[in-house]
Design a binder for this molecule. Structure first.
Ligand code: SF4
Length: 502
């Protein structure tokens, strides 16, 4: 698939999100891509089902985790301060970034202060959000992705198409071709173990020589000042122990209050994401290398990024978006995502979670098409481990995007940007018609009589559908006619009975 280049400049992300409809047409026409997604999503859905054999246990855990996340969000400002205090007491330095540029600047400065030239990066969607690789490369700092899926998309000059499985859009033959084109001495094979072995060989060399390790964070524990990192390949542990400088980056919503909050969230995360009872690695980072320790970084830093999250936080309903633990289950079960794939969204986070979080990051001007790309079937909300009511939030975002200009409540950047005058007038007419019986009846009378004038093609609606045919009579007319017939029949019956009686 042709790769779109993302610059750290926010407007570039916005531009690719704006091109959503064109992206969809392009990817729906790619049979190989659709096959790759269908197969992968079926596999992941099956794994999740097998991981939750006890439906009651699943529902209890979902409710528990929803309440944990809601409690933590309710106390978010306080917990962030507590987290900072405890991390600093542990020797981990904390940096606050309001925008993606702030985050990139902070990270670049930390690296240049140490004369760093090479970075190995563990999987981090927040660093995708800031387009960190491009930013560092522009400053002559090599940044190598060490998660196998991320490494593949980096080689292909693409961005992840799934938040858990970044290269899920590629099949093994495509990966083999990619390695053959990019790795010297690679003997072409489609054997998956051999492909992984080859990737690991390249990465191991890089780990040994890297100046800096960058990772994401799954849970930041305020109570203890601990950064938790969930992974399967061991690359996260290498990034956080081998280089002398470890920089973690995460969104402000990842803070949890207590260490005890982590096990239920972890259990739901791994089972919802990949159907695993537990991930292969679970890292807890509480401080830099101590005097009596043989490995570990000399310095650990945490960058806490806002990038629109405060906007979601400010609204009680939209705040639920921040409950997300990035498991990807909503994407795996979404009939839209399964068909169009992840790149069509044009945003860092695709699928249902992308549709509800991207408007806060990029503004509704760029993303107002995304909440409409849903059949509202409800599958995403049903599988979400922390019970985010995604369909309800999609409706709310649709409403925000068509808000009238004279609406004085400001909730979101870009609200009202999807409002079209002609559409607004039509809906006002529709509402008026349903308020007054006379207007309704007159309009229906005309509509049914003039039905032959109805166009056979009505824009995109009829590009894949047959235009509806108006019935010859309205429902009211039919009921009136039926009542008339019934009453005539009753009159006849009474008359017959009367004659019989005489
Ligand atoms: S919205 Fe729910 S299902 Fe989707 S990624 Fe987030 S936690 Fe998982």
């Amino acid at each position: 698939m042709a790769a779109e280049q993302f610059d750290p400049n926010e407007s570039k992300y916005a531009a690719s999100a704006r091109a959503f409809r064109d992206n969809v047409s392009r990817d729906l026409g790619n049979d190989e891509l659709r096959d790759n997604f269908r197969g992968a999503m079926d596999y992941l859905m099956d794994k999740r089902t097998k991981a939750f054999v006890d439906g009651d246990e699943l529902e209890t855990l979902r409710e528990q985790c929803k309440l944990i996340k809601q409690r933590c969000l309710l106390k978010l400002p306080h917990l962030l301060e507590q987290l900072e205090e405890n991390l600093q007491a542990n020797g981990i330095q904390v940096h606050w970034a309001e925008t993606i540029t702030d985050a990139n600047d902070i990270i670049a400065q930390l690296i240049t202060e140490k004369n760093g030239k090479t970075v190995v990066k563990g999987k981090s969607m927040v660093s995708e959000e800031t387009a960190l690789n491009d930013y560092l490369e522009e400053r002559d700092i090599e940044c190598l992705e060490s998660d196998m899926g991320e490494y593949i998309v980096q080689l292909a000059n693409e961005h992840p198409s799934h938040i858990i499985m970044p290269a899920i859009h590629q099949n093994k033959k495509q990966v083999a071709d990619l390695f053959a084109d990019n790795i010297e001495g690679f003997k072409h094979t489609t054997d998956v173990d051999a492909l992984i072995g080859e990737g690991r060989r390249v990465l191991r060399e890089k780990f040994c020589n890297a100046d800096v390790g960058i990772t994401g964070v799954n849970f930041a524990v305020a109570e203890t000042g601990t950064l938790c990192l969930v992974e399967n390949e061991g690359n996260g542990r290498m990034c956080t122990t081998v280089p002398d400088l470890h920089i973690a980056i995460t969104g402000i919503e990842k803070v949890v209050e207590f260490l005890d909050d982590v096990p239920p969230l972890l259990s739901l995360l791994t089972r919802s994401a990949t159907g695993q009872l537990i991930s292969t690695y679970f890292n807890m980072i509480s401080h830099p290398r101590q005097n009596d320790e043989k490995d570990g970084p000399q310095e650990v830093h945490l960058v806490l990024l806002d990038n629109g999250r405060s906007q979601a936080f400010a609204d009680e309903e939209l705040r639920q978006t921040l409950q997300c633990i990035r498991c990807g289950a909503c994407m795996n079960h979404c009939p839209v995502y399964t068909r169009i794939g992840g790149h069509a969204y044009g945003t860092v986070y695709p699928g249902p979670i992308g549709k509800i979080i991207s408007p806060h990051m990029l503004g509704l001007e760029a993303t107002n098409n995304l909440p409409t790309a849903s059949s509202l079937c409800g599958a995403c909300g049903e599988v979400c481990p922390v019970k985010i009511p995604i369909p309800k939030l999609l409706l709310r975002l649709r409403k925000e995007s068509v808000k009238p200009a004279n609406d004085e409540t400001t909730v979101m950047k870009g609200e009202g940007s999807g409002r079209k005058k002609i559409e607004a007038v039509i809906w006002q007419g529709w509402s008026l018609m349903h308020k007054y019986a006379l207007i309704y009846n007159t309009s229906m009378w005309f509509a049914t009589r003039l039905r032959k004038l109805m166009p056979k093609k009505v824009g995109v609606w009829t590009s894949v559908r047959t235009a509806p045919k108006l019935a010859p009579k309205t429902l009211h007319e039919k009921i009136k006619a039926r009542n008339k017939t019934r009453s005539a029949q009753q009159q006849n019956t009474i008359a017959t009975q009367n004659i019989g009686g005489k």
